[in-house]
Each structure stands twice: as C-alpha cells, then as structure tokens.
Design a protein around this ligand. Sequence first.
Ligand code: DC
Length: 224
Amino acid sequence: MARELIPVIAIDGPSASGKGTVAQGVARALGWRYLDSGALYRLVALAALELAVEWDQAQRLAEIAGRLDVQFEGDEVWLAGRRVTEAIRTEACSVGASRCAAVPAVRSALLARQRSFRTPPGLVAEGRDMGSVVFPDAVLKVFLTASVEARAERRHKQLIDKGIPANIPTLLRDLQERDARDAERPVAPLRQLPDARLLDTTRLTVDEAVAQVLGWYRERAKPG
Ligand code: DC
C-alpha cells in the first residue's frame, strides 16, 4: 500500500495535556500503530547526557539523532539494547528534550524515522508538529490541551503515584517554562493549526476524550 494512502491521526499539544494517553486509547480502539514522537527527543537527550554533549553542540546532537538505535515494544523503550523506559522520563531528560527539540538539524534527522511508523492499517501520532510538519496530510488533526493548572495537577498525581516527591507550584512553573520554549522556538513551534480540531480536556475523562477523537475520525472517514 502506498504510504500516502495509510491514514494518520495527528494529535499535537502541550506537555502533560494527556495526549499520550488519549492517542494510545485511540490507537488501541482502531487497532492502529502509535507513535510517541516526544520519546525520540527524550532519547536524543538521554544519549547526549550520557555522552556529555552540550545542548549548544547542534552538529553532535544531530549526529546522535541520526544514529539512534531505538526499539519500541508495547510500553517499553530500548536504546542500543538497554531498557530506558523510566530513564527518559526524568526531569533532566524532559528539559534536555526541549533543548534538543529546538535544534533544526535534530528535527530533520528524526523526520524519516517518524514517517517510517506509517504502516497499515493506520497510525496515531502524537507530539508538537505531527499535523504541521511530519504528517501534514493527516486525515484528522487534533490540538489537545488542558488548562496549565489541570496539567500540573495531573503530572503531580502521576509522580506521587510513582512514589516520586513533587509539588504543584514547581510543576506549574516548569510547565509554563516548557510551554513557552516549545511555542516560541523558530522551528516547528507548538501551535494550533487552522485545520486542527481543538480538544480541551480540562473537564473530560480519558474515555470521553478518546470517544471525541474517534467520533471526529468517523465523521471524516464517512463517504460523501
Ligand atoms: O511530549 P514530550 O513531553 O515527551 O516531549 C518532549 C519534548 O520534545 C518537549 O519539550 C517537546 C518536544 N517535542 C517536539 O518538539 N516535537 C515533537 N513532535 C514531540 C516532542
């Protein structure tokens, strides 16, 4: 099947908006593949931290991105044969990923890899530039967000559930800083596209958000 004919649902939005959980739910419901593009930026950051590469060494970061030896298996992520599922979720990797993501050469080094996830019967891809850059021909584009307070509370609950100490004011400030960096960078900044549907999940459960995306997809997919 020609790659352009394989349907893609692109879900973009800010950090901790719940887009990962919603995208996975949609992928499961449709039996499609799922791409967590943020994980790729986190993997570049992890590799850079381990090799002591600085965030301003654009060329070296791009080389790391081009050579990433990654495997995704269910919820698990492997880097060069090593399980790094939790290691890429640390605060250091979150900050590093946001730095790497601002480097144009890193973004282009990851393009082909992201597009290789487009396999039959379909792909649900989530990130910041899925609808704008990576899959501009997506059949459905969703901009998924929630108030920054709701996002900080969700992140707080996730961390506490994992036994990681956290406090809401710090999380709120970190999220605001990361939002600003992701929205203000010159390459592929985070913003809602004119052809994307806005899904504000501040007052929605995960199941309601998944149902909304599936509803929009079915509307689009209807002939005529
Ligand atoms: O979704 P996340 O928090 O795992 O993303 C980590 C970082 O990578 C975040 O700062 C935004 C950036 N990112 C990006 O620029 N483009 C993407 N498609 C996905 C993530």
